[in-house]
Design a protein around this ligand. Structure first.
Ligand SMILES: C[S@@+](CC[C@H](N)C(=O)[O-])C[C@H]1O[C@@H](n2cnc3c(N)ncnc32)[C@H](O)[C@@H]1O
Length: 225
């Protein structure tokens, strides 16, 4: 392993704001985020596939009355967000290193109040559709964790993923609240608080349009493999 990566992994291992395999909280945090990690009862926002965690740190900074957890499988990206949060002394921000498929091992039903999915891998191959973070399988997971009325937000540069998500929302009977295939020319931009992720900056530099969807999942979603 490269030395920089090794150093980052060593720092993650001792960071209070990183929950990952090998730490006690990795196995005990389910249902205990308020009591153990944040020591308050404030609502929890997740950023899924958070990468460097710009939304996680940004939302945590703008909304001190919320707790924000960035979730990603990659430790070196989580290190970046964790370090930024520590530099800003944000005690309401944490990072969970896991696969999003495993979320139910870490959260009880109703423990989550809001979810942001920021620039997920589009997985264009038809055979990969069930691995898209807005497929029926993943929406079922989110529905079981999020409080009734909790908002889910998707940002993507990928128009086919945007269309796929709109279709899936309709198919599962979810409530579509807002959507645009050009966020930067829409009235919704103000609700993004000026936050941009690493991938978003890259896509904007390539003159790509950013799509946005907001929806609610208020009824159970079945999924069979
Ligand atoms: C295209 S990047 C976007 C990162 C960041 N949100 C941004 O906009 O800059 C997708 C991220 O999702 C993470 N990811 C993809 N599938 C995942 C999964 N099933 N569980 C956890 N993380 C996942 C990847 O590791 C990667 O950091």
């Amino acid at each position: 392993m490269a030395r920089t990566k090794l150093k980052r992994f060593q720092q993650n291992a001792t960071s209070e704001n990183v929950i990952e395999v090998g730490k006690e909280r990795y196995t005990t945090i389910k249902g205990q985020w308020h009591a153990t990690q944040f020591k308050n009862q404030n609502p929890i926002t997740l950023e899924l596939g958070c990468g460097n965690g710009e939304y996680t740190v940004g939302l945590g900074s703008i909304f001190p009355e919320r707790n924000v957890i960035g979730v990603d499988i990659k430790g070196s990206r989580i290190w970046r967000g964790s370090t930024n949060a520590k530099e800003k002394n944000l005690t309401n921000v944490a990072f969970l290193r896991t696969s999003i498929l495993e979320l139910e091992k870490f959260f009880e039903p109703n423990e989550v109040n809001e979810i942001w999915i920021t620039f997920p891998d589009p997985r264009p191959r038809l055979g990969d559709a069930k691995r898209r973070l807005t497929s029926q399988r993943f929406l079922g997971i989110y529905q079981r964790l999020i409080q009734k009325g909790g908002k889910i937000h998707l940002k993507t540069d990928d128009n086919p993923l945007y269309q796929f998500t709109l279709e899936t929302i309709e198919k599962v009977g979810a409530t579509l609240l807002e959507h645009t295939d050009d966020l930067y020319q829409s009235d919704y931009l103000d609700k993004h608080f000026g936050l941009q992720t690493t991938y978003e900056k890259k896509f904007l530099a390539e003159d790509k349009k950013i799509c946005y969807i907001q929806f609610e999942l208020n009824k159970p979603i079945s999924y069979s493999k």
